[in-house]
Design a protein around this ligand. Sequence first.
Ligand code: SF4
Length: 303
Amino acid sequence: MIWAVLLAQATATAPVPLWRDPEHDGAADAGAACLRINPGNIGSAERVNEVVNAAKANGCAIRIGVNAGSLEKDLLEKYGEPCPEALVESALDHIKLLQDHDFHEYKVAVKASDVFLAVAAYQGLAEATDCPLHLGITEAGGLIGGTVKSSIGIGSLLWFGIGDTIRVSLSAEPEEEVRVGFEILKALGIRNRGVRVVSCPSCARQGFDVIRTVQVLEERLQHIRTPMSLSVLGCVVNGPGEARETDIGVTGGGNGKHMVYLSGLTDHTVEDADMVEHIVKLVEAKAAELEAADVAKAAIAAE
Ligand code: SF4
């Protein structure tokens, strides 16, 4: 099993816990931190037993992954179609199954590609159990459509206080899923790591190419982990106001010269051609300053 060797190598070096479908026998032995069972196609109780035993032997958690697209036949017959009640019943049946096996290290997902169905199912499940919930809008679509659906579905559930882990599912590069998930958490103030960019849509008043500048800056600033804010506004209509509220700000001016704000105050100007490089350097310097302040604070607290 080449994949098992690769998984073992991956789990040894990955900075995050890895999960795997138990249909791939040996996933638990290969070091997966979590196994996913889909009640709609896991098969017999005996098969569940095997998965639980493998999880117990290897200290793995299990994710019960109910999916509207693969609900058990008896539930589809009972309810006529995938509905919140059917998803919740499937989840509760499998929670009981794991509990009957004296297995308690699990979390549960009740995913659907329909936002209303998924959100209603998660709300129902949150009322029925207090176990950890893994949120997701499954098969959400491509980068733009899927991001919007995931933001509405996952975002509203998190806003209600429901959910413990999330997965954004896009027909896009996996890195995009991670970025979208992180942006959802950032927008809700659940994670603050990295640069929060405030930027305008641009218009005829812009003093520089706002859209392209923000695109490049977002790429160039991905390595920053320190929470901080940066405003990039095309002109003085809203620029100074936003800059006052951010750590670093830039506002488009005339003749290719733009105003830079530090800690909310006007500080100096920068030429068009140097702007991106200059902002990247300012952000990196601010990040280093904030990190040093945190270290000093921690040292004082430890005294
Ligand atoms: S800040 Fe200025 S450039 Fe940006 S959208 Fe508003 S008016 Fe247009």
